[in-house]
Each structure stands twice: as structure tokens, then as C-alpha cells.
Design a protein around this ligand. Structure first.
Ligand code: PLP
Length: 288
């Protein structure tokens, strides 16, 4: 949606059953005007990121990693949000906060104004996302008018540059900072410094396994998209594909789950019919 609002043409490639990018489908959409591949780490489950990186390198494309669902998720010890030339993180989807987001520019050649880069101390990889956020959020608090860049040095030896945009209300049109979401509020910032990230990481994983097993035991109206939970993955939700949508809602309600659908895809666009059948079991943990 933000791309469309910026006047950027988007073409939709196909996904496989586990929501992985089908590369030959993506390949068929590339022409001389194609600049970037955007891939989503759906529900905190990583794409095959090294394959996507090679694909982008071979086809001379930037890689935009949408990790809005994967704030605390890692591949091994490397956090999602560090793989794209540009990566997107959403804070409020993983942590119990009302709002907040970060745009991480890992490819420093994309930074227009190097003078905005602030070097930050090295941090352990497991805390990298939290660290990026803490610093990004400080920047937002200082109310930089448009954006502020910050660098993160991970224990992996990569240098990560975080470009943090403050979503403003009613800014100039075409400015990427003017989309619908509210800026990180003081209340969200207050909470951010108090949430127990390690506990949330563990509890989300525990809840995923609990509800996955519970669904497998007592529900026949749906199939989970992901059954394995690899080490390092911190899921946003347990996504199910409904065989019968209404029946699934009732079945879930009967085992104590009020689920929500995931219809962010505009009606009639590619993938819409599949997205209509995806139901999310929430895994929120309030960190207490
Ligand atoms: C895949 C994906 N990317 C980005 C976003 C945007 O995140 P936010 O709502 O925090 O702006 C969403 C929101 O649902 C999403 O599902």
C-alpha cells in the first residue's frame, strides 16, 4: 500500500503453501524497470533469505525485507530485519505496545545523508532488535522532523544502519512518513523500556506450540501454515488456513480462542482468495 501511494508500480509474484517466494514467478515479472524485490517474513517465519539475496544480486535488484511480523525473530542468531538492503519492523505487532515502527537501512549506499549516521555501541545479536528500537525510539522522542539514521554494530560483524522515520500526521504528500499509523506515543515509549523481551520471546514460542497442538487435537476445519517452529523464530500468530471459514471460527471459539482474519489484501487482487481463508490465532503475552 505505501508503495502504491508513492506511485511505485508493484507486481505480485506467487507464494508456495508455506508462503515462500516462488522465484520463477518473481523472475517472470522482472523487466528493465524493476528495481527491487519485496518479500515478507510472514508471521515471523523467515523466507529463505540467502536464496532471496542471491536472486536479487543475480537480477540486480534491491531486496526489501518486510519483517513487520518478525521483530524478535532470528535465523540462527541473526535477527530478521538485518537481511534486506532495507528492512521494515513493526513494534506493536510483537510487543504489547499501542504503536511504533522502524525502517532499517542495512545497505549504507542508500543513505542520502551520511552525516545523519550515528554510531552506536556493539550489542549482542539476541538483543539487536531491541537495541535498534530503543535507539530509534529515542530519536523519535527527540522529534526529528523527518528522519534520523543510526548505525548498529552487531556481534556478527555487520554494520547495520537504522533509518527511523517518524510517522507524522498530515505531512507533505508523497512523504513516506505520512501514512496512516500514529507516531510512537509517550505511553508506548514508557512501556517499551519496561517490557521483558526475553520473556515475550519465550512465551510467544510456548503459546504457538500450545495452540498448534490444541488445534491439531480438536479442530478439523483448518490446517496450520507452519507446523515446525525453528529455533530463533518468534511467531506473531499461529496462522491457519480454513477449510470452512465459519466453522473454523466456531470451533476456535469453542476452545477459547477469539480469532481474527487476515484480509489485508484488497478484494480481487492476486492471492486474495487464499488470504480470505487465513485465520490468525493471536499469541500476545503482556510481559508480566
Ligand atoms: C506484512 C506487513 N507489513 C507491514 C505492515 C505494516 O505494519 P504497521 O501496521 O505497524 O504499520 C503490516 C501490517 O499489518 C503487515 O502485515
Amino acid at each position: 500500500m505505501p508503495l502504491l501511494r508513492l506511485g511505485v508500480e508493484a507486481r505480485f509474484y506467487e507464494l508456495d503453501q508455506s508462503l515462500g517466494v516462488i522465484l520463477h514467478s518473481a523472475k517472470s515479472l522482472i523487466d528493465e524497470r524493476t528495481k527491487a524485490l519485496l518479500a515478507v517474513n510472514y508471521f515471523g517465519f523467515p523466507q529463505d533469505l540467502s536464496k532471496l539475496r542471491s536472486f536479487c544480486d543475480e537480477n540486480n535488484l534491491y531486496f526489501v525485507e518486510d519483517s513487520a511480523h518478525g521483530l524478535l525473530s532470528c535465523v540462527g542468531s541473526r535477527p530478521l530485519g538485518t537481511f534486506g538492503d532495507i528492512s521494515i519492523l513493526s513494534i506493536r505487532k510483537t510487543l504489547p505496545l499501542p504503536n511504533g515502527a522502524a525502517l532499517i537501512v542495512n545497505n549504507t549506499s542508500l543513505l542520502e545523508r551520511k552525516s545523519e549516521v550515528v554510531e552506536l555501541p556493539t550489542t549482542a545479536p539476541t538483543n539487536l532488535a531491541q537495541f535498534a528500537l530503543r535507539n530509534g525510539i529515542r530519536a523519535i522522542e527527540r522529534r526529528t522532523s523527518i528522519r534520523l539514521a543510526a548505525s548498529l554494530k552487531g556481534a556478527l560483524g555487520h554494520t547495520h544502519y537504522g533509518l527511523v522515520a517518524e510517522p507524522a500526521s498530515g505531512g507533505a504528500s508523497g512523504d513516506v512518513t505520512t501514512f496512516d499509523n500514529p507516531p510512537l506515543s509517550r505511553f508506548a515509549m514508557y512501556l517499551l523500556h519496561r517490557v521483558d523481551v526475553e520473556k515475550i520471546r519465550g512465551e510467544r514460542r510456548r503459546a504457538f506450540m500450545f495452540w498448534r497442538d490444541e488445534v491439531a487435537r480438536s479442530i478439523d476445519s483448518a490446517k496450520p501454515i507452519f507446523t515446525d517452529l525453528p529455533d530463533g523464530v518468534v511467531p506473531f500468530a499461529l496462522p491457519l488456513v480454513a477449510r470452512d471459514y465459519r466453522k473454523l471460527q466456531r470451533d476456535l471459539y469453542n476452545i477459547g480462542v477469539e480469532c481474527r482474519d487476515y484480509t489485508t489484501v484488497p478484494a480481487g487482487s492476486p492471492g486474495w482468495e487464499y488470504a480470505e481463508r487465513v485465520v490468525l490465532v493471536p499469541l500476545h503475552y503482556l510481559g508480566r
